[in-house]
Design a binder for this molecule. Structure first.
Ligand code: SF4
Length: 234
């Protein structure tokens, strides 16, 4: 099994990102103030965000781990705190960390593919992350956090962006190939793909017992290796 990258060298896909970093505080302020999907949505008026934008994310110049999910749901939109819902509880158990560790910006950066709640479809499900976010923010986010060593990409949107040519075409094929994806890491960042920790995926988890038996122990050890040597919150 591949070891966590030490930061020597960059994978080809990371070269452009690493070359154009911007000040993290400036970037965070711009992201927080973003209104593109409300004021100037791609595709015009029909795609206007139906509510006020509320970008939810955590940038960090110290965290070695980035959690990249899909987009806030209704509960996270209301709280303004990422993963403040039952899915977040399950995610933290998958990672093997406490809530205090998870919300410590010295330990975790958290940037979903869509920073704002995208709204609901006609069946009451969450719409996909806004594509304006990917084209506006994500390359800049990655460039501004060159210290990252582990990206946990949750769901197909995050995996398509972060894995690029290593995306296997479906979420199941991609997560199933996690050992190859980890072994393929040749740059500064290790990528670990996960399904969404929603209870809706209980059936998927049951059908894929290797996920809890093999992937999660590896993930928890890798996360532990990335936690900084600062006193753990009591
Ligand atoms: S979803 Fe992204 S691009 Fe759209 S308003 Fe929110 S931060 Fe801006």
């Amino acid at each position: 099994m591949a070891l966590l990258p030490t930061g020597d060298g960059l994978a080809p896909g990371n070269d452009r990102r690493a070359a154009c970093g911007e000040d993290l505080d400036d970037l965070a302020a711009r992201m927080s103030a973003c209104r593109i999907c409300r004021d100037n949505p791609l595709g015009g008026e029909a795609r206007r965000l139906p509510h006020e934008p509320r970008p939810v994310f955590v940038l960090s110049d110290k965290a070695l781990i980035l959690i990249c999910g899909q987009a806030p749901g209704t509960r996270v939109h209301a709280s303004g705190r990422p993963f403040s819902d039952p899915s977040g509880e399950r995610l933290r158990s998958w990672l093997g960390v406490t809530g205090r560790e998870f919300y410590d910006p010295e330990r975790f950066a958290i940037v979903p593919m869509g920073l704002c709640f995208p709204g609901l479809d006609s069946k009451g499900g969450d719409l996909p992350p806004r594509r304006e976010c990917v084209s506006t923010w994500h390359e800049r986010v990655m460039a501004a956090m060159p210290q990252l060593r582990l990206v946990v990409s949750i769901g197909q949107y995050a995996q398509r962006f972060h894995l690029q040519r290593r995306w296997r075409g479906t979420l199941t094929a991609t997560v199933s190939a996690w050992q190859d994806i980890v072994a393929e890491n040749s740059g500064r960042i290790m990528h670990v793909p996960l399904p969404h920790p929603s209870w809706r995926n209980n059936g998927w988890l049951k059908k894929n017992p290797w996920f809890e038996a093999e992937l999660l122990p590896f993930l928890q050890k890798t996360v532990k290796d990335c936690l900084p040597e600062v006193p753990r919150p009591s």
